[in-house]
Design a protein around this ligand. Structure first.
Ligand SMILES: Nc1nc2c(c(CN[C@H]3C=C[C@H](O)[C@@H]3O)cn2[C@@H]2O[C@H](COP(=O)(O)O)[C@@H](O)[C@H]2O)c(=O)[nH]1
Length: 306
């Protein structure tokens, strides 16, 4: 994920709405010392797991739909993960590639037992169809074949996912330059790593290459920790719950500075304590703080990427 690291650093060096406070990074690193507070993958107990290829299919479908819950204040990631889990427990063929290509909005809602239209429901349905079609075309319908073809490389997995599934190509153009974030593609690799505990479908020899997953929770937590600072205009928009356009400078800076700040945190942990930590572990720690803080104010962008 060199291109994610390089391009987000490029944004951070030119950013005007968001800044990374190195003394904030120093403070956080000194507090957590040499080990990231360990948060277990599935600390919530909401994900499907059977140690086999069906889990891979589940995680791929989950991450295809893992975005933009906030427009419905009662909806969260938990509903998606547990709703898809219940659907799969009820019917093992629910995520077969041919069926993925046929779901309608009302059917998806019914699957998730959600009583009203989902945010960006048409896009969610379109992305499900894309997953079904491209899995069928290239991987005999199975996400496990996609993972098998990566030779235990997370970088290769992200490359393949973004090559074959356009919905996962999470990027922006900032000041004329292409910036890569690849949030859902990378979180798929991290979910495999976490679910399979680094073995089988979750074994990656380059897991350190994964960056954090730039969503709307982690930037808000980094701000709370004093790692990110916002301009007063941006702070005002977030406080007033105003929407921030996808692809705007503000939005790209929020996401890119978050990736960059956590990479700096990781470097400092190495320098100070000789300790190598994974960005995926730092991410889960930060994210778990955020989702357990009901008063957290996050930015609002309509996006299919996060
Ligand atoms: N950076 C980062 N962002 C993450 C996740 C996860 C879930 N990961 C699971 C994997 C194992 C664990 O046990 C977690 O359950 C979801 N999100 C993002 O959060 C937002 C939803 O928030 P809310 O509306 O409050 O539910 C939305 O943008 C969603 O895409 C993560 O891990 N890291």
């Amino acid at each position: 994920m060199d291109e994610v690291r390089a391009t987000t650093a490029w944004v951070a060096s030119r950013s005007s709405h968001v800044s990374v406070d190195s003394s904030g990074i120093e403070r956080v690193v000194t507090t957590i010392k040499d080990s990231t507070p360990k948060v277990d993958w599935d600390f919530e107990g909401i994900h499907y797991f059977d140690n086999g290829p069906l889990t891979v299919q589940y995680l791929f479908v989950l991450d295809a739909l893992n975005f933009c819950f906030w427009p419905d204040k009662d909806l969260s990631y938990d509903h998606l993960a547990s709703g898809l889990k219940a659907a799969l427990q009820n019917d093992k063929s629910v995520f077969d590639a041919d069926r993925l290509q046929k779901y309608t909005g009302p059917e998806l809602r019914k699957l998730l037992k959600w009583p009203r239209p989902l945010p960006l429901e048409d896009e969610r349905v379109r992305l499900l169809h894309e997953v079904g079609l491209e899995l069928e075309r290239n991987f005999e319908g199975k996400a496990s074949n996609l993972v098998d073809s990566c030779g235990k490389s997370a970088v290769k997995l992200v490359t393949l996912v973004t090559r074959h599934f356009p919905g996962f190509r999470d990027h922006s153009v900032y000041k004329g330059h292409q910036v890569f974030l690849y949030k859902r593609a990378q979180i798929f690799a991290a979910d495999l790593l976490g679910a399979f505990k680094g073995k089988g479908y979750g074994e990656f020899n380059d897991k350190g290459a994964i960056t954090i997953f730039a969503d709307y929770i982690v930037p808000a937590v980094l701000r709370q920790l004093g790692v990110l600072r916002y301009s007063s205009a941006l702070a005002g928009t977030i406080e007033a719950e105003g929407e921030i356009d996808s692809g705007s400078e503000e939005e790209v800076e929020l996401r890119a500075c978050s990736v960059y700040a956590v990479e700096k945190m990781r470097e400092l942990m190495w320098k100070k304590f000789g300790k190598q930590v994974l960005s995926a572990d730092l991410d889960l720690w930060l994210w778990s703080i955020g989702v357990q803080c009901p008063s957290l104010q996050h930015h609002r962008t309509l996006s299919i990427y996060y």
